[in-house]
Design a protein around this ligand. Sequence first.
Ligand SMILES: Nc1nc2c(ncn2[C@@H]2O[C@H](COP(=O)(O)OP(=O)(O)OP(=O)(O)O)[C@@H](O)[C@H]2O)c(=O)[nH]1
Length: 303
Amino acid sequence: MSYKAGFLGLIGQPNAGKSTLMNFLVDEKVSIVSSKPQTTRRRILGIWSTEKGQVIFVDAPGLIKADEGLNGFLAQEAHDVINSSDALLAIIAVDEEKPENAEKVIDLVSKSGKPWIAVITKTDIEEKAHRVMILRKMVEDKGGKAFSVSVKDSKNDQEEREALLIEFMELLPESPAPLYDTELFTNENVREMAAEIVREQCFEALHHEIPYSIAVRIVKFEEDAKPVPKIYAEIVVSKDSHKAIVIGKGASVIKQIGMEARKEIEKLMGEKIFLDLNVASKPEWFSNKRMMKELGYVVDSKD
Ligand SMILES: Nc1nc2c(ncn2[C@@H]2O[C@H](COP(=O)(O)OP(=O)(O)OP(=O)(O)O)[C@@H](O)[C@H]2O)c(=O)[nH]1
């Protein structure tokens, strides 16, 4: 059998389970997960390599409609992933409230002209189990093949994981060699992943709209500091009034964010670290192209 390698884009509505699925398939925590929709911002790659091929998963932000600001960036990212991937996975969750949303994803992917497979996620949610058949039929009506998976139930099922990976690899083009070093499981560096982990913990600790308007920037990353590496991160809020909320009474909220993020970053780095968090207010940063660029959300290559 020839060697296959390429980019496989994960396309779905916000909260469909794309990041969770990618982390499960790559068997590493690559992309952040939260119970709130629209957590994924930048395109994140998860890489799986075997001697037969290399699947590079591209976790795109969920599909949304917007032209400007951060949401405009997210919408553009999702469409760029469709255009630039070699093959696509349509990710549809059994708990998707509106059938037309599932239809839209299947439509978009099937019309892309690229090889594709649908993955029906969250099949462990019993009261929605009947929807698996309905979604499968929707996929088959568009000429596609559907797999169903529950990451909750399959966490320890390596056979199921490998079977899915082999199916997905078949969608990819032949390639003379791997596209990334076969030791890598992501394109993100530790610095970027640390910032994403702090952002994930903000989603955990904060409610309402605040986490959506937060960005996290690593100000200093002293990998060789003694006795442990030191990471200085800044949580950027978009309104002065959010600062006090992120800090919390007696600094309780920021302490919680820091403690949980530190544990996750330590897991990632395999060693103890020191994490320092600061909160800075940059009013309406997401409406300002220069600030968005500074925070890692590149809007336009022309500026
Ligand atoms: N019960 C159940 N929940 C799941 C499963 N997969 C994901 N979830 C939950 O669904 C929520 C959304 O998961 P994510 O992986 O962040 O979804 P996403 O599609 O990447 O979301 P965006 O970043 O908004 O695009 C989280 O609370 C997950 O824990 C599953 O197999 N079963």
